[in-house]
Design a binder for this molecule. Structure first.
Ligand SMILES: [Zn+2]
Length: 332
């Protein structure tokens, strides 16, 4: 069967974290209460599948408009402690895409950046960051101190909105600068920022990535599939072929070693149309994966491709809001 002949449909939901947080510039967190409400809706209205089973059934023309896959990106520890018990309670299977280089680490780079700039702490009046390819300099003056009051007042800010303070501007700027960088250069910027901040609270432990042992526990029992999400979460479209190959195949190898079984689902880091290339898709196929998931929004319709399936980003909606959107997606 070719892509043109496919009539099978479906919907793939993308989550990242099940957590209560004090700021969430990328809208990646759903509270445990709302997540439970989403699962209750899914249990009644849809036939939930793991990403692997979704791709196989979709390819065989066997999915229907109510076939839904629940996926999580990155590999946050809350996927095990907060999401999995609810998935079990509602008997909804899911797939967690894990970046293996972060397993056992303290935090993801984007959270570290957020913690240094958008949470209470003091920066020097003149902030300078410099690497081989980047130089940034700011006079913070009044924005040198950021307190609980500012955090509370600006907690709803999203990164795609206009920056309300110089700190938010610096955050958005550095996020864009760090995203395509190789890990060592990005690390250097974050270390310089860390050295510049004083009176800052530690990154909450609930923000951390899974450890290897926790990944095994998350994948135990058959309800949760573990998929790959590269090693260091790079912007694959900015990587030379050999680096992309190491990132993609390396994450599969590492997970298979940790889990002791085949890993066949892959999700592109960032996942937008400019974040991977046809060459990246070829590497994913040749690395032995059977499907790949993007973040291009949309339902899985007749024109979909198995190595860049679309997903819809689920935000921290109430069960009622989620049910309305689900009905809209399923009838699309
Ligand atoms: Zn990701």
């Amino acid at each position: 069967m070719t892509a043109g002949e496919r009539t099978s449909r479906g919907l793939i939901l993308m989550y990242h974290r099940v957590a209560e947080v004090s700021s969430d510039p990328w809208g990646l967190c759903v509270t445990p209460r709302h997540f439970a409400e989403h699962l209750a809706v899914l249990r009644v209205r849809t036939s939930p599948l793991k990403a692997l089973d979704f791709a196989v059934q979709w390819d065989a023309g066997a999915t229907t408009a109510t076939s839904v896959a629940v996926t999580f990106d990155d590999g946050y520890a809350d996927n095990l402690y907060d999401a999995k018990p609810l998935l079990e309670q509602y008997e909804v299977p899911a797939t967690c895409f894990v970046s293996t280089g972060y397993l056992g680490q303290r935090s993801y780079w984007w959270d570290e950046l957020e913690q240094r700039l958008l949470h209470p702490g003091r920066l020097p009046h003149a902030l300078r960051l410099e690497t081989a390819s980047y130089r940034g300099q700011w006079d913070l003056n009044g924005a040198a101190w950021y307190g609980e009051e500012e955090l509370r007042r600006l907690r709803g800010w999203k990164a795609w909105e206009e920056a309300p303070t110089l700190r938010h501007q610096i955050y958005a700027n550095l996020h864009a600068v760090c995203r395509p960088m190789a890990e060592p250069e990005r690390r250097s910027i974050l270390d310089q920022l860390l050295a510049a901040v004083s009176e800052a609270a530690k990154i909450p432990s609930t923000w951390r990535p899974l450890t290897k042992d926790e990944t095994v526990t998350l994948g135990a029992g058959g309800l949760v599939e573990i998929g790959a999400h590269t090693v260091t979460h790079p912007l694959l479209s900015a990587c030379p072929s050999d680096v992309a190959q190491r990132e993609i195949a390396g994450s599969r190898r590492a997970l298979e070693q940790i889990l002791g079984r085949p890993v066949t689902s892959f999700a592109f880091p960032y996942g937008g149309p400019a974040d991977y290339t046809p060459d990246t898709m070829r590497i994913v196929r040749e690395a032995g994966f059977s499907c790949a998931y993007s973040t291009t929004p949309g339902v899985v319709g007749p024109g979909a491709e198995r190595f860049r399936l679309p997903r819809v980003h689920v935000e921290d909606w109430t069960g009622e809001e989620f049910a309305e959107r689900l009905a809209w997606w399923l009838n699309d």
